[in-house]
Design a protein around this ligand. Structure first.
Ligand code: MF3
Ligand code: CO
Length: 255
């Protein structure tokens, strides 16, 4: 049996400041990826950028060796839904869409956020999926304020994506974050309005829906036990922000 410290769902001021500082570094790492990412690069090159930048900023990449994950960042291309493993064999080509999911430990505080990047000339269809997925995250964000519920937020994300004919992945969602990488509660983006835990000031969690062009069905790559794909091989997109609940709404701590 593993003894774990009881989770602190509501963070105090000092903890919030620590998570905020970690989040700033996570943002800077993603900004650096945004500057450098381009056609012809491998996803392993992205891994190096993330590792080097994290080091320079005094942090540790949270994914590295996390439950056996072998790299510093997740890079998920096209029909990969999440947890893509950087590789020298995956070369970014014009038309690709890629999620780069960065998580940082800084002075023992965890941060987590991800962005999509369009490589070269991307089809209108793919670009639309990427844009709508980002908009869906910010629709959810509008529902974050004390007294409202997680289920209402997740439902807002789902309804927004649905309007465009997209589906939202059901088996994987967001999570509390800050003192650990993945904390309670699990955050669904296919939830029912009016259900789930009530938002309280000091809670910190991620909004990170995976939005699919086709079916919401997914599978895990049997070769590495990590990378998740869409069952129909159609495209999937994801954006992730790390949000704190404040006295009157929210604070985005990483994006
Ligand atoms: N960053 C992912 C998330 O948003 C978790 C990745 S776990 C890893 O929750 F081991 F693959 F890094
Ligand atoms: Co996350």
């Amino acid at each position: 049996m593993r003894l774990r410290r009881p989770q602190i769902i509501v963070k105090n001021k000092e903890q919030l400041e620590g998570i905020r500082e970690s989040g700033k570094r996570n943002i800077e790492i993603l900004d650096t990826v945004a500057e450098k990412i381009q056609e012809g690069m491998t996803t392993e090159d992205i891994d190096h950028i993330v590792y080097e930048t994290t080091q320079k900023l005094g942090g540790i990449p949270a994914p590295l060796n996390y439950e056996g994950f072998p790299k510093s960042v997740c890079t998920s291309v096209n029909s990969q839904v999440c947890h893509g493993i950087p590789s020298k064999d995956v070369i970014l080509k014009s038309g690709d869409i890629i999620n780069v999911d960065v998580s940082t430990i800084y002075k023992d505080y965890f941060s987590d956020s991800s962005r999509m990047f369009c490589i070269g000339k991307v089809s209108d269809e793919a670009r639309k999926l990427v844009e709508v997925t980002k908009e869906a995250v910010y629709e959810g964000l509008k529902q974050v304020y004390p007294g409202n519920r997680f289920g209402t937020m997740g439902n807002a994300v789902h309804q927004y994506a649905k309007q465009y004919g997209y589906t939202v992945v059901r088996q994987i969602g967001g999570h509390g974050v800050g003192l650990e990488f993945h904390e309670e509660p699990y955050v669904s983006f296919v939830s029912k309005a009016g259900t789930g835990a009530i938002f309280e000031p000091g809670m910190v969690f991620t909004i990170e829906p995976m939005v699919n062009q086709g079916t919401d069905e997914i599978y895990i790559d049997g070769n590495n036990d990590w990378t998740v794909y869409t069952m129909d091989e159609k495209l999937s997109a994801q954006w992730e922000i790390m949000v704190a609940v404040t006295e009157n709404g929210y604070e985005v701590m990483a994006y």
